[in-house]
Design a protein around this ligand. Structure first.
Ligand SMILES: Cc1cc2nc3c(=O)[nH]c(=O)nc-3n(C[C@H](O)[C@H](O)[C@H](O)COP(=O)(O)OP(=O)(O)OC[C@H]3O[C@@H](n4cnc5c(N)ncnc54)[C@H](O)[C@@H]3O)c2cc1C
Ligand code: SF4
Length: 438
């Protein structure tokens, strides 16, 4: 009897630990499988840029990589399936690379693109200069994502430019910096510190991709050095606080950024530099720093009134459209998602204009959502329609011979974008397409 009690005394805690382990393992397997199934069903299977490729022959299932991923709290990026790590949320991976660092058996390689989807990476020298002498690239456009990398590269690229233009004073700018995301902002601070004659051109607003993160997104980053300012000492920061910090840096240092101006072309000039043509001006410069990220330039409608402040190319927060009349233009997933998310807000009147006769490019789930919203009277779909003009309180949309005037407070254009690789090729910059390689 006594022996039986003693065995029970030892066995019970062991059994409890075993039960806890099995429960945790099953839960982990279930969430990993669910995440992968959802991503596959929704077609969200291609990682945007740098991402882990996991060699399942080497993986010992320690789960270190899952725990190390900084995005994991917000989205399931890595998960365990049959005791092996898998990229279960491919589109949520932004290339932190923390997984590779913690893998004890070297099972993880960081690669660009996949066998199905190539990713264009421009060829850049260690000094950030491309094959076109005088054109430099910093930040995510060069292939490496993340804010810290963009800051570091923006700083170093300007140092290389400074060496190139030093003591060569001609009647032209030393550098035109294109883009004011983390790379372009840092480049601008560096150019100001080094007293380079420069202009920074930004088609939208300060912060680049960060400005378009969802409201209150927790940004995971690492400390990095900003010229003039010193250490930008964030590890975890809310998107809004980071943008406010950069605005403060902009004010404190007096740097100047030309917002709302888009670079349309960069061509070699007779004097050995470049002519940069923008939506407002032309600039004669010795060098160019391209810090334009990878999201591309949104396609414009090219109609009168498009320059008004009420026209945007991305929805940051659907709630800002409450009680407004909104026109969404486009027929892809982002247009349908924008229209349905705004239509779900109180008091909105939403019209969705698309030039084709059907939403054939969009996912079934989004098409179904549009149908549901239309049936509830929250959304009016205008197929085979074209926006003709935008004015203060209205928009004009043509459908066949008919011209409709619709009351309007805001326009969201989701008509796709011009990818940076096409832009680079027009300048003669060599681009290599990576299909799942380092
Ligand atoms: C959803 C999401 C979440 C992320 N979360 C994190 C995170 O937590 N931590 C992290 O470190 N990184 C994160 N990243 C990655 C990070 O945002 C990018 O790596 C970083 O912003 C790249 O900076 P950049 O300056 O190279 O380019 P961008 O930030 O993309 O800025 C490029 C700028 O160039 C401008 N531009 C482009 N073309 C032109 C033109 N022709 N004329 C004028 N201006 C032009 C654009 O308007 C834009 O402002 C995330 C990315 C995404 C998409
Ligand atoms: S860290 Fe390496 S060994 Fe551990 S689960 Fe991830 S890939 Fe497998």
């Amino acid at each position: 009897m006594f022996i039986f009690v003693e065995i029970l005394l030892y066995a019970l805690p062991i059994l409890a630990i075993l039960a806890w382990y099995i429960k945790r393992h099953l839960h982990r397997e279930k969430t990993g499988l669910n995440a992968l199934r959802t991503a596959t069903e929704e077609g969200l299977i291609e990682p945007p840029t740098l991402h882990p490729e996991i060699d399942h022959r080497l993986c010992i299932g320690c789960t270190n990589c899952v725990a190390a991923c900084p995005e994991q709290d917000a989205h399931q990026v890595l998960g365990m399936i049959r005791k092996k790590a898998h990229l279960v949320g491919p589109t949520n991976c932004i290339g932190h690379g923390a997984c590779k660092l913690v893998c004890p058996v070297g099972a993880i390689t960081l690669v660009f693109g996949t066998a199905r989807r190539g990713v264009d990476i421009p060829l850049v020298n260690p000094d950030f200069q491309t094959n076109v002498p005088g054109i430099f690239i910093a930040g995510e456009l060069g292939g490496m994502g993340l804010i810290r990398n963009a800051v570091e590269q923006g700083r170093q690229a300007i140092q290389s430019i400074e060496k190139l233009v030093r003591n060569k004073h001609q009647n032209q700018l030393d550098v035109v910096i294109v883009g004011a995301g983390p790379a372009g902002l840092t480049g601008t601070l560096g150019a100001t510190e080094s007293k380079l004659r420069h202009v920074t051109i930004e088609q939208e607003e300060l912060g680049g991709t960060v400005a378009h993160f969802p409201r209150r997104k927790l940004v995971m980053t690492q400390p990095a050095n900003l010229p003039i300012i010193g250490k930008m000492n964030f590890k975890e920061v809310q998107k809004e606080a980071l943008i406010d910090y950069w605005r403060e840096v902009e004010q404190k240092t007096g740097i100047k950024i030309n917002y709302g101006e888009r670079v349309d072309s960069i061509a070699p000039a007779a004097n050995g530099g470049f002519t940069v043509t923008t939506s407002r001006n032309t600039y004669d410069t010795r060098t160019v720093l391209l810090s334009i990220g990878r999201t591309g330039t949104p396609r414009k409608l090219g109609v009168p009134g498009e320059e008004m402040d009420k026209v945007v190319y991305r929805v940051i927060d659907p709630a800002q459209y409450r009680n407004l009349n909104v026109l969404v233009v486009g027929g892809g997933d982002s247009a349908l998602e924008a229209a349905t998310s705004i239509a779900a807000e109180d008091g909105t009147t939403v019209a969705l204009s698309y030039r084709s006769a059907a939403f054939s490019r969009a996912k079934p789930k989004n098409r179904q959502l549009v149908e549901e919203m239309e049936a509830k009277g929250r959304l009016k779909v205008l197929l085979s329609s074209n926006v003709k003009s935008i004015s203060d309180g209205a928009v004009e949309v043509s459908i066949g011979d008919e011209l409709l005037s619709i009351a309007n407070d805001a326009v969201v254009v989701s008509a796709g974008g011009i990818l940076p690789s096409a832009f680079l090729k027009t300048m003669g910059i060599h681009v290599e397409t990576k299909w799942g390689t380092e």
